[in-house]
Design a protein around this ligand. Structure first.
Ligand code: UDP
Length: 309
């Protein structure tokens, strides 16, 4: 099977590539390296079934392929806001190019959408049928509305060209290979605690997220690609719901430091709570996360300590 992974040098993309390579698949990694890191995939460089192409998906590409895993897009709010116009173009033109490539090759294409498409929904547990409460023109819209448009493009290609689409909505993934300056909460807190700096708390710190370890997400993506269901389907860990202050305290305890907190203003369009329903993923994919926050944090902390040496 020839696989293309767009954004394959990034955090989730590189873990997906590890899984595909270990399964004996052929993998072409496309990445413009705007947030991805060549070292995440360096172990496969000399492998005969692996190829890296530095390519920006907002430009069309023509390669023979059977499965496309479309992950390319800066995923942390710090990174996607930095060049917001480019983020919108990656989600729109980039996804269009990927869908054209899939259609031409009669390939399957899995698009990684996001829990951000639900916006600030008052719902306690987000079902895939929830249409979302998203600001269409705020600082985060390039990502949340960008991903919504990309989902819409996927389904229009399905309806118009019978393109074999799969859409996953991913909720707050963490684990090894999130970059130091990426800005996501768990990696921020671990690096801050190890460096004996204050842990930066945005707003009250009462915002809640459900945290899913990266090794749990990969089998969800694989199962979705291999099933007959287009999606959208939520992938996340509803059992591991924490507010930001409690995650900060847990990380301090695990690293055994007494760093202070530094209160920062609440970011615009902050989401106050976000919990996935994974009923559909359980029923259709027979998937649910297995790694609890203690184990996930320990693995992530060990990786970061080694990286930081
Ligand atoms: N957050 C925080 N301090 C940080 C980074 C993030 O308090 O140093 C908060 C952020 O405002 C949000 C939550 O942690 O409420 C999760 O942030 P992240 O960027 O990891 O994910 P997202 O907001 O996209 O769910």
């Amino acid at each position: 099977m020839i696989n293309i992974v767009t954004g394959g040098a990034g955090f989730i993309g590189s873990h997906l590539i590890d899984w595909l390579m270990k399964s004996g698949e052929e993998v072409i990694c496309l990445d413009n390296l705007c947030t991805g890191d060549r070292k995440n995939i360096a172990r496969w460089d000399n492998h005969p079934k692996f190829k890296f192409i530095k390519h920006d998906i907002t430009n069309p590409i023509n390669i023979e392929v059977e499965k496309i895993w479309h992950l390319a897009c800066p995923a942390s709010s710090k990174n996607y806001k930095r060049d917001s116009i480019k983020t919108s173009l990656t989600n729109s033109i980039g996804t269009f190019n990927v869908l054209e490539l899939a259609t031409k090759n009669k390939a399957k294409v899995l698009f990684t959408s996001t829990s951000e498409i639900y916006g600030n929904s008052p719902s306690n547990c987000l079902l895939e049928s929830n249409f979302g409460y998203v600001n269409p023109n705020g600082f985060k819209s390039c990502y949340s509305e960008g991903k919504r448009l990309a989902e819409s493009l996927c389904f229009d290609f399905f309806r118009s060209h019978k393109t074999q689409i799969r859409v996953a909505r991913i909720f707050n993934v963490y684990g090894p290979r999130i970059k130091k300056n990426d800005g996501r909460v768990i990696s921020n807190f671990i690096y801050q605690a190890i460096d004996q700096k204050a842990l930066t708390i945005n707003g009250s710190g009462k915002q809640k997220r459900c945290f899913c370890y990266v090794d749990d997400i990969i089998p969800g993506l694989i199962k979705l690609m291999d099933c007959d269901f287009c999606g959208p389907i939520n992938l996340g860990n509803p059992k591991e719901e924490y507010n930001i202050l409690s995650i900060a305290n847990l990380i301090k305890r695990k690293i055994n430091v007494d760093s202070p907190f530094k209160k920062l203003p609440k970011p615009p369009d902050e989401i106050m709570k976000r919990k996935p329903s994974i009923k559909l993923a359980k029923e259709i994919l027979n998937w649910e996360p297995k790694i609890n926050i203690d184990l996930g944090l320990e693995k992530t902390i060990s990786y970061i300590k080694l990286e930081d040496l």
